[in-house]
Design a protein around this ligand. Structure first.
Ligand code: ATP
Length: 342
């Protein structure tokens, strides 16, 4: 295999975090390919981040152009939309193009109960799961599986309240009852290098969700009068710099999650590349983690020019997309490409 980055390309679907992934590839001198539909290509043309745009009818038809990507020696970068449109199982079973990151890990992170086994094994502080509504003895959040944007999630405080509210749902089987954590949401973005073994903290964000982030703009009485149902539809991401004394804890839990990933079946190399721990910080500064994303997250998008943390480490603009491209470049040049493909 060639050691020349000119013989390779980086490709991803034009959505989610593609702008920074493509820009990062270009900055590192690697050809950047965006796969877009007619309807979605406008930003990628306008921001001029791609060396080439391949158009397809719909993102689900990705496999139709896979051969073209393979001929170009393209390394595909999975992001939230990529995993959501193709599905982790199809990526694992059918994707033949070079893929950055562990495919097996995508299966672990996409299943709520598998993910919990992994995070528990890593020793993380997870919200309690209630097996039956009768156990409810404090605030809980009821999450429906596959509820896009947390639509329909509701809060209850007692078995009676749960039974009353669940009545309005047609197919109320596929849900989980989770302890509701009162605190502030925090999303930590990491990068685990498969080449050096080092874990890096890239940045932090919180989400800007509709309508959850606007309910506080009206009085409690008006909220009740209007019969508002809370939803968590993501509209954007807001950067955060954390209290510095919390950084050792964030490094530790990131490293623990990586260490625990090495034991996961079907993912021999474990977790590497960008990933994110999503949780709530309570007033006692406990970080209660409710989810992991084992790929680049949209919360890194405010940092196309780097974050305060990447500035400290790199002294040059370093987005997470660019960090991925740099890892790929280093791997190619040192003949270690196989170490970062999954
Ligand atoms: P994703 O797209 O990452 O799967 P989602 O839309 O399924 O997300 P969740 O991550 O489940 O939604 O969370 C939706 C909202 O609920 C977020 O604002 C999150 O902070 C909040 N939330 C989730 N779990 C808890 C919890 N246990 N306690 C308090 N708030 C929570």
């Amino acid at each position: 295999m060639s050691n020349d980055i000119k013989d390779f390309a980086i490709a991803t679907l034009g959505s989610h975090t593609a702008l920074q992934i493509l820009k990062g590839a270009k900055e590192e001198g690697i050809k950047a390919i965006a796969i877009c539909t007619k309807e979605t290509r406008r930003p990628y043309d306008s921001f001029d981040v791609a060396d080439e745009i391949i158009e397809i009818d719909s993102f689900e038809n990705f496999f139709e152009i896979e051969k073209i990507l393979m001929e170009k020696n393209a390394i595909v970068i999975p992001h939230g939309s990529f995993v959501s449109y193709l599905g982790p199982q199809k990526i694992n079973d059918n994707l033949k193009a070079m893929h950055y990151g562990s495919k097996g890990i995508l299966i672990w992170e996409s299943d709520r109960s598998m993910e919990r086994v992994w995070l528990q094994d890593a020793g993380l502080n997870l919200p309690r799961i209630y097996q039956t509504p009768e156990e409810i003895d404090g605030p809980v959040i009821i999450k429906f599986h596959g509820a896009k944007g947390g639509f329909g999630y509701f809060i209850a405080h007692s078995p009676a309240e749960f039974h009353e509210r669940i009545k309005s749902f047609k197919d109320p089987d596929d849900y989980v009852i989770q302890e509701y954590i009162v605190g502030v949401p925090m999303y930590v973005h990491y990068f685990q290098s498969a080449l050096t073994g080092e874990l890096e903290i890239m940045s932090f964000d919180k989400r800007y969700e509709s309508n959850a982030d606007s309910i506080g703009r009206i009085a409690a009485k008006d909220q009740l009068d209007a019969g508002i149902q809370t939803s968590y539809t993501i509209t954007g991401n807001i950067p955060i710099v954390v209290r510095e004394s919390m950084l050792p804890m964030f490094f530790k839990i990131g490293e623990d999650v990586v260490a625990a990933s090495k034991k996961l079946e079907g993912a021999p190399k474990g977790l590497y590349g960008p990933f994110c721990l999503e949780g709530i910080i309570d007033p006692n500064l406990n970080f209660r983690v409710f989810e992991i994303s084992a790929r680049i997250v949209a919360g890194t998008n405010p940092y196309t020019n780097g974050s305060p943390y990447t500035w400290l480490k790199y002294n040059e603009p370093m987005s997470t997309g660019r960090r991925v491209a740099r890892e790929i470049k280093t791997a190619i040049q040192s003949g270690r490409l196989q170490d970062i493909l999954g």
